[in-house]
Design a protein around this ligand. Sequence first.
Ligand code: ASP
Length: 305
Amino acid sequence: MTGLLGIENLTREEVQAILDRARDFQPGEGHGFRRFDLLRGRMVVNLFFEASTRTRTSFEIAAKRLGADAVSITAQASSVAKGESLVDTLNTLAAMRPDAIIMRHAASGAPHFLQRHLETPIINAGDGTHEHPTQALLDARTILDRGASLENLRVAIIGDIAHSRVARSNVYLLSKFGARIVLCGPASLLPVELKEIAPGVTLTTDMNEAIAGADVIMMLRVQFERQHDAPFPADEYFRFYGLRPEHLAMARPEVMVMHPGPINRGREISSEVADSQRSVILSQVENGISVRMAVLERVLGGAIN
Ligand code: ASP
């Protein structure tokens, strides 16, 4: 059984199948999420070596909504700093025979490395600055729900691109469908090699240029936990890269404002924009559950395909 390590190696059809299946799990208008028995008797372990509110809770709820049991462990990164002890931790958990391990780790590639040693499927819930596949899937589900199509969509991803696994997974996903993606941020946080990771990607340090004609604006948090020195003062950052109401006029009238969370009001996004009609931030959170239900069903050998 294979897990889900990233978007990069999925085909467009595989991505589409997950997005389609997620629709079946969305709550109806004015209703909560329904319960299914599809994974009754199965067990997943959430193993998070980094802070998380949304993702961990969302995987837990998704597992329970499908009838599976979910156990969550928050590990201190310091106790597993060495590769060997990380393998030992995973082997110990695997010996308890869960059906999948959902893991988040600060080291890029950690789940890929561990999957080579382990038969239990691993679902990547964020590995360092590399990938966050379920975030990109829930973002795509949210865009599609608003009636947009991914083909030819113009998406501006703005902020700390260098440290963003959300940006990478979104680039891989959106480019499979022919979207045009503009990555934007201060030069120190905008690695030029990202232009090469997928077709349809351009880079700019000019926020107005990125937003002009955008159908979707994805804002990113500055990941201070991954930087040794703060690259700029917070108020200066907001002046150049903070999303404010006046920016929205430059985008398409029906532009969607997205953010993976946690949002820092007044740092990368103003409260007016975060709470505006254009913001779909809470729809993203809601879609996190249905998309993760689709992923769990797929990984744990449910009905799709
Ligand atoms: N929650 C997202 C992540 O885990 C984005 C962020 O932390 O800024 O990558």
